[in-house]
Design a protein around this ligand. Structure first.
Ligand code: MG
Length: 344
């Protein structure tokens, strides 16, 4: 699928994305759907590796098995698919979809049903100031009221962009900032100091993912919440970040952690350490966004969503798996994740 608006972040420019859709049919005729959005830079996967993982590992594991034993299947698959988190997420999603369709209930209600909808931010990639302002205004005209500005390449330009965007959009719009690992500790502190009057809601992954202690050095010195994204890939990362109190918030993405089952466990670790949680996404089709949304709606401590990956995709067959209205995401009320192939 192509993006209607290609975007740039600290380490890449994204013009198109490949999602792999998974369809699991039970002997009783229930069909569950999942999708994988592999991202070489984050999960180390390619479309080819996802297809291989599904065909060679997941299919033999699941054939003839009871699809509702999700904990068992995820546990078994994790042993072989530790490096294939998006592939695992697609399978996990399809199994939850089957669970919901079997029960006749949407997944968010099966998982706890804490809220009915959640506001999402939309992304403004790295681009010149004037274009950033134009894009910010365009989103706000479409009813969105939360922007996530990308940066992490040139500190001075980042400071100027968020300052000018704030001037252009006014005080009522929430502004988040994601440096995608691009800063040193010193630059991160300088960014926060220089944007104090801008009112940045949160600072996402300012420093390199492989050195989580650097996040702690930023967190300890700034007044705004610092969030781990690329530094949180699995349950063990969550525990380390929490135990050492390195961040205030975590960004849980199903594609990174391998699906809803693992995301619920990571969320429990975050909750135990009083970390706030945002659900994020890769460049996912509507179906993947729906799965993230159902997870987000289920738990009280997930108060933030950044589920905009599907908005710019052209030709997404699952785009209506979620409903978006004035910047707020709502699930479909149909059973499962909310996607069905329409009969012609
Ligand atoms: Mg991020």
């Amino acid at each position: 699928m192509r993006h209607s608006h290609p975007y740039t972040i600290a380490y890449e420019t994204v013009e198109r994305t490949t999602n792999i859709f998974v369809r699991i049919e039970t002997s009783g005729g229930v069909v569950g759907y999942g999708c994988a959005a592999p991202d070489l830079m984050v999960t180390g996967e390619t479309p080819e590796s996802v297809i291989r993982a599904i065909e060679e590992v997941a299919v033999p594991e699941l054939k003839g098995q009871d699809p509702l034993r999700i904990a068992r299947h995820v546990h078994e698959l994790q042993l072989s698919l530790a490096e294939d988190s998006a592939a695992l997420a697609a399978i996990d999603m399809a199994l939850y979809d089957i669970l919901g369709k079997t029960a006749g209930l949407p997944i968010w209600r099966i998982l706890g049903g804490y809220r009915r909808s959640i506001r999402t931010s939309v992304t403004i990639g790295i681009m010149p100031v004037e274009e950033s302002i134009a894009e910010a205004r365009a989103w706000i005209e479409r009813g969105f009221h939360c922007l996530k500005v990308k940066g992490g390449r040139v500190l001075a330009e980042d400071i100027e962009r968020v300052t000018k965007i704030r001037e252009a959009v006014g005080e009522h719009v929430k502004l988040r900032f994601d440096a995608n690992q691009g800063y040193t500790v010193k630059e991160a502190l300088s960014f926060v100091r220089s944007t104090r009057s801008v009112g940045i809601e949160l600072l996402e992954q300012p420093t390199p993912s492989r050195k989580p202690d650097l996040l702690g050095r930023v967190t300890g010195k700034v007044a705004i919440p610092v969030m781990a994204d690329e530094s949180l890939m699995n349950l063990r990362d969550a525990f380390r970040l929490a135990r050492k109190e390195l961040v205030d918030m975590v960004n849980i993405k199903l594609m990174k952690v391998g699906g809803i089952f693992e995301a619920l466990q990571i969320n429990a670790v975050a909750r135990s350490a009083n970390l706030e949680v945002m659900v994020g996404c890769m460049d996912e089709a509507g179906l993947g966004i729906a799965a993230g949304l159902h997870f987000a709606l289920a738990r009280p401590n997930i108060a933030y969503a950044d589920l905009d990956g599907h908005l710019g995709l052209i030709g997404d067959p699952t785009h209506d798996a979620v409903i978006i209205s004035k910047g707020v995401l709502h699930p479909q009320e149909s059973p499962g994740l909310g996607y069905e192939v329409k009969s012609p």
